[in-house]
Design a protein around this ligand. Sequence first.
Ligand SMILES: Nc1ncnc2c1ncn2[C@@H]1O[C@H](COP(=O)(O)OP(=O)(O)OP(=O)(O)O)[C@@H](O)[C@H]1O
Ligand SMILES: [Mg+2]
Length: 537
Amino acid sequence: MFQSSVPVTSDGFHDRAVEMGTLAAAIARLQAGAPAWMAVIGPRKVGKTSLVLEAVRRAASETLAVVALNVQEDAPPSPGVFRLYALRAVDALLGRDLGESLERLARVPAEYRRRLQDVPGFVALPPSLRADILDLADVVPDAARAAAWLQLPETLAAALGRRMIVVLDEFQELAALASHGRAFDPFPLMRSVWQTHTRVAYIVSGSARSMLLTLLTEEHSPFFQHFGILELGPFGRDEAISLLQRQSPPECPIGAEVAGRAVDMVGGHPFYLQMLGEALTAHRRAPDMDDLKAAIQELVFSRMGRLGLYFENDYDRLVGRAASLAATLNALAGGASRLTDIATRIGAPSGAAVRYIERLRDSIRRRDDGLYELADPVFALWLRWRQPGGTVVPMALVGDEAEKAVASALAAMGFDLVYQSRASRGSFDLLGLRGGTQLGIQVKRSTPPLRFGRTAWARMEADAARLRWAWVVASVDRQGAVAILDPTRAHRGREVRLDEAAIIENLLTWVDRPVAATRRSSRGIRRAGGASRGVRR
Ligand SMILES: Nc1ncnc2c1ncn2[C@@H]1O[C@H](COP(=O)(O)OP(=O)(O)OP(=O)(O)O)[C@@H](O)[C@H]1O
Ligand SMILES: [Mg+2]
């Protein structure tokens, strides 16, 4: 099954063999009493948490406990995050025997203290450690306490003869504790407390790549050379294809061809693949290329699509109200560019462009050849789709040559083009939107005269009436030239024929006669026979 709303582990977890090996080695060092610290760095939603949780799950043993904490659970950051941290460690080491969460119980301090007395491991602890644990629920968090809380997991693990992995997600956000005049820098403190630990290993992760790398690898940083760095990126092509195939439910298997095309389009980002897999298999049948087109359109290239909304949110977060940053992103949507070209496109001096790029840092990367590009190619496509005339991007991505040609011809006339799912597009290939007009488009890969079977023709008329769309036939010749033909000027005989005389010279004036067009097409339906009359009702 596809899963895109929570980190995946166990059967749902895919690939990452190399990274798994690295984490397994770090965990083995902890078991040997010489813990190594690891940092997992990668873009948003690339699978950092899943990787760490799965590594820990595979290593799980009676003596190994795990604490996972996202630093942003305590927002805005305060020293209280370390209390939460200590409490969660206590919960992981003692809560199991209780069968209840000590972290939850701590909301009512008296109850927390009372229930702790029921935990066999607790009553056997040295008195000073017991006192620290009892105090946890109601002591007011402050910087002075932080050191004691950071020490507590090690002391408790040692007393219980166990080992522990502490996973801190979005670690870099703790930097906020040191800013805004708060007289507390957590990082030197953490380093000095942690470095004496032999029973606890630390894994940190985060999606602010450059910030985290600076924090962990710069010479003046307290963590300099303390962390092994594990950079996580999207899956390679083969792994991505196999994720789509392996996770698809048995009743709607994704074939190799569709999976391959899907990966060519959205790449190997596991979160995108999972969402695409969900969309592809939503109709409970083996998806074909048409389903792929509709799924990509719905997911990425629509205001309400899940990935579309995700990018919208990302875009707002990156750009805020800064028009200059928006312009910089848009200048890069078309592909890798030189700094001078970016500056020209946004109408700013190069010095300013450099600053904008710096502010957008993790979403833009500098390649080895010196060109700048957007780090996420799917985000780049989404940006292009939002630009004027950009609605042809999905067709350029998934359509054949004829569909691409028709899409750009119609876009030039101001239509927005959409792929619809089979259920909502009937027998048409594309939907064109312009103002209030909805135009169904049947694409023909030949030149007039165009011939249609009577049944196929009747189906198009019926679909147009049911969907309340105007409709046309688009003919594309071998050179990619497009002609639009008026179905009301068809010759009906044993087959239906559209001659050159049916070519519409000016589609915009043609569609702007909606009343006439509707009357014409409904007359067509009445003539078309019983089946379509049934549909009209
Ligand atoms: N190894 C994997 N196998 C299959 N799917 C994966 C894998 N890793 C990640 N995913 C998919 O990506 C989604 C996001 O994964 P996860 O939450 O682990 O990423 P993250 O990098 O921790 O995200 P965030 O930036 O939000 O912290 C998961 O819900 C899942 O759909
Ligand atoms: Mg995460």
